[in-house]
Design a protein around this ligand. Sequence first.
Ligand code: ADP
Ligand code: ADP
Length: 225
Amino acid sequence: APAISVRGLTKTYRSRSGEPVTAVRGVDLEIHAGEVFALLGPNGAGKSTTIEILTGFRTRSEGQVQVLGTDPQRPTRAWRSRLGLVPQETGDPGVATVREAIAHIGAIFPRSRDVDEVIAAVGLQEKARSPVRKLSGGQQRRVEVALAIIGRPELLFLDEPTTGFDPAARRQFWDLIRSLREDGTTIVLTTHYLDEAAALSDRAAVIARGRLVETAPIDEIGPAR
Ligand code: ADP
Ligand code: ADP
């Protein structure tokens, strides 16, 4: 079975003023184990909504969804422990240092990666003893990636992971994603950067105004339209 299977996924929000906003319309998608899949599209296209539904943080309006054999609307702890997520909006970093924050999450999972290996993988060795809240935005994003991978997830979701990164940090992040793929991690990332999708993914889908307009091997996806 595919790692992720989506049929006819639709999400309609009710805006504060009361009108419905259909963020995702009739999306069909199959993502296979071991693949890096990019969901490519402009702001407001429906990428975050899709990720939130696949990870069980948001209800859907219509359609069928299976993620690692489970409906995300009926999550179990065992299922959740197989997923990693870097959400688009990140929470209050609190007072913990980088090392403390990562070790704290690592302690929850039975097969966690080594804390120092993860810190090195995201390039934060020099910041291990700094409070997370004192780091730059790009560095805090790398902490979020570390928190998402410490538990050795089979399936990793990354929502706009490199927004705010400088070019060197972006390249270093790309190397990390490639090494996670080598480890067998299935990865779904959203991005509005075509070059990022091209550098990392096996296949990509372009989403625009909630509809999937193209799903193809990455070298067949044209420039963003
Ligand atoms: P993307 O991640 O591609 O930027 P989103 O999934 O965040 O797109 O948003 C898709 C559409 O849904 C946008 O029109 C956005 O304003 C709307 N939207 C997102 N979240 C909500 C919400 N909680 N309530 C109402 N509308 C929302
Ligand atoms: P769920 O999908 O988990 O059932 P919703 O996201 O539909 O819950 O409900 C959250 C409510 O918060 C929305 O109905 C909307 O009124 C409000 N809201 C949250 N984020 C946004 C946003 N970006 N734009 C407009 N309204 C929002």
